[in-house]
Design a protein around this ligand. Sequence first.
Ligand code: SF4
Ligand code: SF4
Ligand code: FES
Length: 249
Amino acid sequence: MANKNVLFKIKRQATPTSEPFWEEYEIAWRPGLNVISLFMEVAINPVTREGKPTTPVNYDSNCLEEVCGSCAMLINGKARMACSALVDNLEQPLTIEPFSKFPVIRDLQVDRTVLFENLKAVKAWVPIDGTYALGDGPRIVPQVQEKAYQLSQCMSCCCCMEACPQFNESTGFVGAATIAQARLFNMHPTGKVLKEERLAALMGDGGIQECGYAQNCVEVCPKDIPLTKSISDVSGDVMKKAVLDFFRL
Ligand code: SF4
Ligand code: SF4
Ligand code: FES
């Protein structure tokens, strides 16, 4: 077989405040390459396509099996995980960029604190902390378990937020992942004690009403989380709460 090469360019940035710049690379093709392995090749031999010495590329990764959520970036313009992006399935030259809606730390590594702050705001947890053993939790019927399991697979990658037209500084929208996690913990028999507080957190500025139902989120979610169903379910609960709150006044 004739020698094949892989061409790719990466948008790099040395510090959070420095100017981004593009670098091109060319490496020898081999079967089964994914995007993370391209970065590893650059680390082994840090030279650009023009032969200029450079530095290894900075990026986050951990599990390398699309579970941890850390390697999310823009690959050929699409928000996705680098570890599951197979080079043979991608058009060349590949363009690889950090997420555009999150502060760049260095190269492809971004700061996704906003998601974790949003999860804190909606109390996305089951309140079971205590100083003594609480025993077995309540039983959950299989039909609810199945729905909850889907939602529990969220790996906080933020692809849904990057792709969402409403997730920007002017709306302050919390994004689809946070809403789906609010739904997950609202359906848990113990977690639902905080349901009212979660819905209240989603009623204000940046809450669920900012969603324009463009459905970009559900299309890019690597875990196929039912995001639009979650948004419509939680939206219904928020509306019910708003009506009840009105009559309670
Ligand atoms: S449905 Fe559209 S506006 Fe709503 S969270 Fe998803 S991408 Fe954003
Ligand atoms: S909902 Fe999907 S796209 Fe969004 S953070 Fe979770 S796994 Fe990622
Ligand atoms: S390295 Fe964990 S999802 Fe890609």
